[in-house]
Design a protein around this ligand. Structure first.
Ligand code: PLP
Length: 447
């Protein structure tokens, strides 16, 4: 497959169109398809559709294909395991790939002391496990999460999710005992302060309002936080926000749970985004990139916290042996090559996107770490009026030019490519993004 995008048909092409027509009548309409991509195959950071069009992938199946599409080492690990056995349920029996992965994770996660891991199939299941374990271990009922946060869509995690109202609309009442505090979005400081002198004052509301008027700290089991908000708009809080959360949780005997479903597994140029802060959480939720695309979700916790007895929590498919084999191969690639690549190529991508600011007034903010980079689009840099339609337009224009992107939050665009992205591909992404912005600004000018 070529390493540069090439579009040779109208989009969608004829084969893609016929598959989309079939999908329309039989697949759940709840999915949010931003543009009509029908994939046939992928290799590295490139994707070919069913009509032979080739795209540069800066979406990676929502930040999942950490090692790129069908990395040969991962495919080898999958096929070797698939030939031995596909399933035996790690809930009732033992198999080495699950133990090996738990050992590798115990060595990799930034949690102090011994570490144990629970295996599910998805991000939301990782969060469900964290919620249940926190309640069980602490014998406390309440959980604190953050506005703008996304933690999944099953009914426990959905109660924590506070990203877009549509995600909760029609599904209430939510699980009780969940309180939301403001997140440190410094581009749009919830207190209107200047981010240069930030002392994470947004946490005052949690400390002096929520924990005083609404819930007693000794009844809070856990605070669940994304070290970088993903679905909420690739929002990077200052380190003092996470540091102060650790102080607050430690002082009140509350568990600190890092939701690294999106920010983990090398995406930010370190294995876990928490490592940029030096803060050690008590639990980490992991999914997405961990098995390069195979379904796997993990809740890793301090061993002295994960003490629930047999039967307290389990999952038939969780920790599937093929997914575990893919995860072991993924971790090895991340440690040996791809975290270093992410730490090198990420800033190059970010700098390229920042350089477009002079030319494109639509760009309000460029932020991120490693290959988790967000661009927030605004109609006016001074008022920061959000530009959601323009954002959708840019994502679509990029697709038509051969670059796969996804939106995040109301008006941001996320760049979350496979971690194999080269410098040249980062430059191609910036070039196409530049053209897509020009397309949309041209349309605005004509409107
Ligand atoms: C931070 C975070 N937590 C949890 C989830 C839920 O993961 P899943 O869709 O695998 O259930 C997501 C998904 O986007 C996420 O970004």
């Amino acid at each position: 497959m070529t390493t540069v995008p090439s579009i040779n048909t109208a989009l969608p092409g004829p084969k893609a169109k016929s598959i989309i027509d079939r999908d329309r009548t039989v697949v759940s309409p709840s999915y949010t398809r931003s543009y009509p991509l029908v994939i046939e195959r992928g290799s590295g950071a490139m994707v070919e559709d069913v009509d032979g069009n080739v795209f540069l992938d800066c979406a990676a199946g929502i930040a999942v294909n950490a090692t790129g599409h069908s990395h040969p080492d991962v495919v080898k690990a999958i096929s070797e395991q698939a030939q031995k056995f596909l399933h035996m349920s790690g809930t009732d029996f033992y198999y080495e790939p699950q133990v090996r992965l738990a050992e590798d994770l115990a060595a990799a996660v930034p949690i102090d002391g011994g570490v144990r891991s629970f295996f599910g199939n998805s991000g939301t299941e990782a969060i469900e496990a964290c919620i249940k374990l926190a309640k069980y271990a602490m014998k406390r009922d309440n959980i604190i999460a953050f506005l703008g946060g996304f933690h999944g869509r099953t009914l426990g995690s959905l109660a924590l999710t506070a990203s877009k109202a549509i995600q909760r609309r029609g599904f209430g009442p939510m699980m009780p005992g969940v309180y939301h505090a403001p997140y440190a979005d410094c581009y749009r400081c919830p207190l209107g302060l200047d981010s240069k002198n930030c002392a994470a004052e947004c946490l005052d509301y949690l400390e002096h309002q929520i924990l005083v008027h609404l819930v007693s700290p000794d009844e809070v089991a856990a605070i669940v936080v994304e070290p970088i908000q993903g679905e909420g708009g690739y929002v990077v809080p200052p380190n003092q926000f996470i540091e102060r959360l650790r102080e607050l949780t430690t002082a009140n005997g509350i568990l600190l749970v890092a939701d690294e479903v999106q920010s983990g597994m090398g995406r930010t140029g370190k294995m876990f985004a928490m490592e940029h802060t030096g803060v050690r959480p008590d639990m980490i939720a992991i999914a997405k990139g961990i098995a390069s695309g195979l379904p796997l979700g993990v809740a890793s916790a301090r061993a002295d916290v994960m003490t629930w007895p047999p039967g307290a929590h389990a999952s038939t498919f969780g920790g599937n042996p093929v997914s575990c084999a893919a995860a072991v191969a993924t971790l090895k690639l991340l440690k040996e090559q791809l975290i270093a690549n992410t730490a090198a190529v990420g800033p190059h991508l970010k700098a390229g996107l920042e350089s477009l600011k002079d030319k494109h007034p639509l760009i309000g903010d460029v932020r991120g770490r490693g290959l988790m980079v967000g661009v927030e689009l605004v109609r006016d840099r001074k008022t920061k009026e959000r530009a959601p339609e323009e954002r959708d337009g840019v994502v679509n224009a990029a697709f038509r030019r051969g670059l796969l992107l996804l939106g995040a939050g109301k008006n941001a665009i996320r760049f979350s490519p496979p971690l194999v992205l080269t410098r040249e591909q980062a430059e191609t992404a910036v070039r196409i993004f530049d053209d897509a912005l020009t397309d949309v600004e041209g349309d605005r000018g004509r409107a």
